[in-house]
Design a protein around this ligand. Sequence first.
Ligand SMILES: Cc1cc2nc3c(=O)[nH]c(=O)nc-3n(C[C@H](O)[C@H](O)[C@H](O)COP(=O)(O)O)c2cc1C
Length: 222
Amino acid sequence: MSTENDIFEVMKTMRAMRRLKPDPVPDHVLAQVLEAGTCAPSGQNLQRWSFLVVEDQAGKKFFGERYDYWMRERFADVLRDIDYSSAAGRQAKAAMHLASHMHEVPVLLFCCGTRDWPFAVAPAERVGRAPPSYGSIYPAVQNILLACRALGLGASLTTMHQMFEDDMHAFFGIPATHGVVAVIPIGYPAGKFGPITREPAPHKTHFNRWGQGKPGLAEPMV
Ligand SMILES: Cc1cc2nc3c(=O)[nH]c(=O)nc-3n(C[C@H](O)[C@H](O)[C@H](O)COP(=O)(O)O)c2cc1C
């Protein structure tokens, strides 16, 4: 198993990989991915993440059917008019490909976090269920994506499960104390890795005061 060790190279080529081979991911490779997740920082180092690895057919079918349904429902208008030769069109095509093949992906990794009100929300304002502590889970999610890329695995971050999360809790036995923050489909890539497409960092950066710039470092496009 080859690994790419230059972290910048890994980040710059970590495109969402939505076309995956059905080949299984060995447990010892998955263990490395999960270990990377648990290297992440979290508020007060409470490490309130839990991971559910779903590899069985029944679980993947249950998740895939619902994910595919909601992707089609949510993006029906966009898909009707999209130009599939544009960059956005190619991305939409890949996203819909993943949706319709979700049940064949070797590993679905549910990244869960305990529900906990942000401390800025006053106790009197805490109504209903607390959200999962997203800020403490997303660094682990990012570490997992980086580890997958470094290990030659394809992966992508998905959140469409929010449309049917209660069903997932019932089917997979996830306790109400936890929320599912992200679902990461993982497998060996069928597509090619390549450079990501992003706005240059200076376009997103301000200097000293919002709207001010510094040549080469901060050239905000406000
Ligand atoms: C919070 C968040 C939610 C996302 N949800 C989905 C999703 O539900 N389905 C999907 O196919 N991609 C999802 N993505 C992936 C993004 O669409 C993708 O990373 C982005 O368009 C950039 O493309 P690239 O990673 O290939 O460069 C999500 C990404 C983030 C950060």
